[in-house]
Design a protein around this ligand. Sequence first.
Ligand code: CP
Ligand code: NVA
Length: 298
Amino acid sequence: MKHLLSIESLSATVIESILQGSAVMKASRGHHTSQPLQGQVWAMLFSKASTRTRVSFEVGIRELGGQTLFLPASEIQLGRGEPIKDTARVLGRMVHGAVFRTFGQNEVEEFADYAGIPTINALTDAEHPCQILADLFTIREHRGDLAGKVVTFIGDGACNVANSWVFAAAKLGFELRIAAPKGFHPASELLARAGGRVRCMEDVAEAAAGSDVLYTDVWVSMGKEAESAERLEKLKGYQVNGTVTRLAKPGALVMHCLPAYRGKEIDEATFEANAGTIFDQAENRLHAQKAVLAWLRD
Ligand code: CP
Ligand code: NVA
């Protein structure tokens, strides 16, 4: 049984085949020759808000012949304390696959263990693998092979998206730089586990210099709202703006996983100047996730 639980758990070969599959899905949208989810119903279990992930899976599953069942955690017994392992065993008897957005990585892993159906991590506090697969695909479309490139993440370097970038760098052989204030760098245990060329620093200018890609994410991830004031204060020097982009390679890609908070992690002018890339990233969620779904069914 295959699952997509993290970038950490994917081999470079599987990532490569998903990226190739993403290109095929994109080129053949509207005239797919196979419908790998024909006759299937997939549960979409969400404990956190979502626009892109929800819509791209709802549309992608249907375009591959399946149907979806959107289950906000607050509206099922899971939200009233029913254990994940019981929810998993019930859904596993009724649906053919699950897409799960939640808090703990252990929750998605426990669900996969008990449900006995292909399970996809649609974001946890630890990782956001679907986002990073779409981002890798987007970089490839715009700039070709990632090997030898420098990707620089600026902002909350300890968030789920940054963590998934750390594992991607190790597997695909590009240099990842993370510019973040003290207390917002990836855990040293995670860096050691991942390996790869990851350089963590506090100096944004040093990190941005000569980068091929500048990437950012929100300063206050879902579930961290109680820390908002402290985060906005500590991260305020870590905005992607004109000063920072001028230090990167000419024509460097500026990327954001969205949703974006203008005036916080990115300024309005930089966001709008790079909206083409940023909304390609959003669209590519659909194509990359369809490739993931086809791989899970393979
Ligand atoms: N980037 C992303 O996962 O967006 P949503 O939270 O809207 O799904
Ligand atoms: N780090 C962000 C990503 C949103 C897609 C969060 O977890 O809220």
